[in-house]
Design a protein around this ligand. Structure first.
Ligand code: SF4
Length: 218
């Protein structure tokens, strides 16, 4: 019976990296969930999954040399994808235009769909007026389910997310049929670099608390 939640984030040794599970911490999921992980390995051995995983590993051949943009192109190329879907945030329209150029120049067909497709507003989800940024005004709303449906209709082999809001990305992934990868996520404060909040937490950026709780495993 599992006694504690899996907690790799507090594992100081990470010996699984070297294939060694001989002395795991008590919260190690490799031990707690050994049966599940065996089933997952069987699933990985399915031809389609194995091919995807192999191509991820192949992108590692250029380890440390490729940017995320280049890795995305390389992975799509290795997978033999023909048409790439780009689901982007209206706030990153310029980045979407540039990345579309990259994909077209690499020889892919591209379908790109902005989060504002369908011209929805917060009224379409019956958002109470008091919860709007400015009560009484039309508040534009993203349409991730619509974006996912269009990607499907366009016959995209792989969908790349660019800057979707927290939760909109969740809705998109929930409804997408083609495989999804993420080029960048939205962070309106930190230039779309959410990890900046963690990197600077010990110094000047003090709104979040990254110290472990008193009763946390170390
Ligand atoms: S799987 Fe086990 S050994 Fe690996 S990081 Fe998690 S707790 Fe540590």
């Amino acid at each position: 019976m599992k006694s504690k939640s899996s907690m790799c984030s507090y594992c100081s040794k990470k010996t699984c990296f070297n294939g060694d599970l001989s002395n795991p911490p008590e919260f190690c999921p490799s031990i707690q969930y050994s049966d599940l992980l065996r089933q997952a390995k069987d699933t990985l051995h399915r031809a389609d999954n194995q091919r995807m995983a192999q191509d991820v590993a192949r992108t590692w051949k250029e380890y440390g040399k490729l940017t995320r943009v280049e890795e995305t192109v390389e992975y799509a190329r290795l997978q033999g994808h023909k048409k790439i879907g780009l689901a982007f945030c209206v706030g990153l329209s310029e980045e979407a235009r540039l990345f579309t150029n990259v994909l077209l120049n690499a020889g892919f067909d591209v379908a790109s769909v902005c989060c504002m497709c369908g011209a929805l507003s917060a009224d379409d989800v019956s958002l109470p007026d008091a919860d709007k940024i400015v009560p009484g005004f039309r508040q534009p709303m993203c349409n991730p389910i619509g974006q996912a449906a269009i990607m499907d209709a366009e016959g995209c082999d792989l969908i790349v997310l660019l800057g979707l809001c927290v939760g909109d990305d969740t809705l998109f992934i929930k409804h997408a049929k083609a495989p999804v990868t993420v080029l960048a996520v939205k962070d309106r404060v930190l230039a779309h670099n959410p990890l900046g909040a963690l990197y600077t937490a010990r110094h000047i950026y003090t709104r979040i608390n990254t110290r472990p709780p008193k009763d946390a495993d170390k």
